[in-house]
Ligand binder design. Structure first.
Ligand SMILES: [Ca+2]
Length: 592
């Protein structure tokens, strides 16, 4: 059969993501087993013929038995064999030999007659597909309850072929690249169909869990299952067995290993602006072009100075986005200088989707870029600077946006301190990138809906000279990715600001960021109660490089989570400080 050779070369220890595919199975095909009735010439009886029985309860309506020394033997080619027979008050204990070696003794006693029972135990299964001989022998032994006449009974043998699965590789496929973000932390396990199966058992183990059954998948044709909720960075091992109609379980498939990766940004999300469909030169023509834009429009801001831009209720599509692009010399500048920047947003995108803003400069604004109730949009490659509050916002139900490769600096030039060029005065609202909303900002307490600004991806941004957290994800937001950003927070401004990066939402992955902080902490996770639930859970912080600068006033830490240990902090985070301080504040213990 060559049953192990076909794909063996594709399987290696450790991380395996196979890409081979199995032929599609025809729908609704029944599981099959080769049935060899007791009256088949393939069965040899000895030392003489067994007695024949006719009973509609038996498989095929006939069976055989004897009450004196004797045996029945069959040679078969397959993965496993089932001895089908009765259990009864008169049944004795039979001896079973596989390939000439005794594998078990089968006590067929039952208080009342039971028909078509599968009598063999797992020990009588061959260890692999091949040609084998099974022999069942009468013995004089019997259960103490058995009546005087000990019998051995044979109704049929069923020969099972699990070779399509036994010892064969399985496929462990992570979600398609384009779905990595949405369907994270899952793996689809699929395996070859076994004709002799009516169901499959899926087993899993991981570094701290022994092999255990995690799923029974019914149906011979159902050959895939998705295991979700995996932990980031953890390696899991899977194998699958087939189970016959009568309960015989095959030998396992080969084991496959899968390491649940940390999230990666979707590279396809980042692209240059398409060729312009319209070029604008001033604020009026820019906003007019935006208002008139249809999917696929690409608006180029010619170099020059513009007032605030507003994208209101505009919708591109996944294939045909609405793009607003410009060079660094195209400057959106709501205020002429930084002395009195009140209520001026550089680029406001509201109630819109599939919008891209790309490349230009936003400066002298209260807020640089504000996405509100906006989804699937991209803020890419902007220079954002000199804001009285924060740099870039995604709020009020703004989800699935990408904020990437922006350069953000000199935020928090609070208008209450109108001193040109001076920051770090009262910069509580000077975040570099801000996702969601603080409960304190809600105007509908106590019954407002959460600000579900979810699954926003914040990658490759460079953030310096900000007065509040470089990146902050607020309570009520979930599932974002904060990856490979550089946040340099040299200020020792304290006030209400303690860390260079802060997560108060749920389910964020904060991975691979470079954090330099003159504050007490590099990264902080905070639990907040909103209404009747807490936020600040199930976040993962891994592979971040943290540097604490300036005077160290104990206690300082690379990472601190308030109120418990609801989040994962990986031991692959690093901390540089002088003098040395702990990587993570107790009771947090890093996880390998
Ligand atoms: Ca029969």
């Amino acid at each position: 059969m060559g049953r192990r050779s076909k794909w063996a070369a594709a399987v290696v220890a450790g991380v395996v993501v196979l890409t081979v595919s199995f032929p599609a199975s025809p729908a609704l095909a029944a599981s099959t087993a080769e049935v060899v009735q007791e009256n088949s010439g393939r069965i040899t009886y000895g030392p003489d013929a067994w007695q024949e029985l006719t009973n509609p309860n038996d498989l095929g309506g006939t069976s055989r038995f004897r009450t004196t020394p004797g045996w029945a033997e069959i040679q078969f080619t397959g993965s496993a064999i089932e001895w089908i027979g009765r259990k009864s008050p008169g049944s004795g204990i039979a001896r079973v030999l596989l390939d000439g070696l005794e594998t078990e003794r089968v006590d067929r006693y039952a208080a009342s007659d039971q028909y078509q029972q599968q009598l063999l135990g797992p020990a009588s299964d061959p260890s692999g597909f091949g040609t084998h001989t099974l022999r069942i022998e009468w013995t004089s032994d019997a259960n103490a309850s058995t009546s005087a006449a000990r019998s051995v009974h044979l109704d049929a043998f069923k020969i099972l072929d699990f070779s399509a699965l036994e010892g064969q590789p399985i496929i462990l496929a992570s979600p398609a690249a384009s779905d990595t973000y949405a369907k994270r932390s899952s793996v689809t396990v699929s395996w070859p169909k076994s004709d002799s199966a009516v169901k499959y058992n899926v087993y899993r183990s991981s570094s701290d869990q022994p092999r255990a059954l995690v799923r029974v998948v019914g149906g011979s044709n159902n050959t895939a299952w998705t295991d979700s909720g995996l932990e980031f960075g953890r390696t899991y091992q899977y194998d699958v067995t087939a189970v016959s109609k009568d309960g015989t379980e095959s030998q396992p498939s080969l084991r496959g290993g899968y390491r649940q990766p940390y999230l990666q940004p979707r590279a396809a999300d980042v692209s240059a602006c398409p060729s312009p469909t319209v070029t604008v030169t001033d604020t009026a023509s820019a906003n007019a072009a935006i208002a008139a834009a249809q999917p696929g429009a690409s608006i180029l801001l010619a170099d020059g100075v513009y007032g605030p831009l507003v994208v209101n209720k505009k919708h591109g599509t996944a294939q045909d986005r609405i793009s607003i692009c410009g060079s660094r010399h195209a400057i959106v500048r709501p205020f002429p200088d930084t002395t009195n920047m009140v209520d001026g947003v550089g680029v406001r995108v509201q109630e819109s989707s599939f919008i891209t803003v790309n490349g230009f400069t936003v400066e002298n604004a209260q807020k640089g870029v504000a996405l509100t109730s906006t989804s699937d949009s991209r803020v890419y490659g902007l220079r954002v600077m000199n804001t009285s509050q924060g740099g870039i916002y995604a709020q009020i139900g703004s989800s699935d946006n990408l904020i990437a490769a922006n350069q953000i600096s000199h935020t928090g030039l609070d208008q209450s301190i109108p001193v040109s060029g001076v920051w770090h005065q009262d910069g509580r609202y000077g975040e570099g990138i801000y996702v969601g909303n603080s409960q304190g900002n809600d105007t509908c307490e106590p019954n407002c809906a959460p600000d579900a600004s979810d699954r926003n991806v914040i990658v490759w941004n460079t953030i310096t000279d900000v007065t509040a957290e470089g990146i902050e994800a607020k309570e009520q937001s979930t599932g974002g990715l904060i990856y490979d950003n550089t946040v340099t927070f040299s200020s020792t401004h304290q006030g209400a600001i303690y860390s260079a990066l802060q997560v108060k939402g749920d389910g964020y992955l904060v991975y691979g960021n470079s954090i330099t902080s003159g504050l007490k902490y590099g990264i902080r996770s905070v639990t907040t109660e909103v209404g009747d639930r807490d936020w600040g859970y199930d976040n993962v912080f891994a592979s971040n490089a943290i540097t604490l600068t300036g005077a160290i006033d104990a206690p300082e830490y690379g990472f601190l989570q308030n109120y418990g240990t609801a989040n994962v902090f990986g031991c692959d985070n690093t901390l540089t400080s002088s003098p040395s301080v702990p990587l993570a504040a107790p009771p947090t213990v890093c996880e390998p």
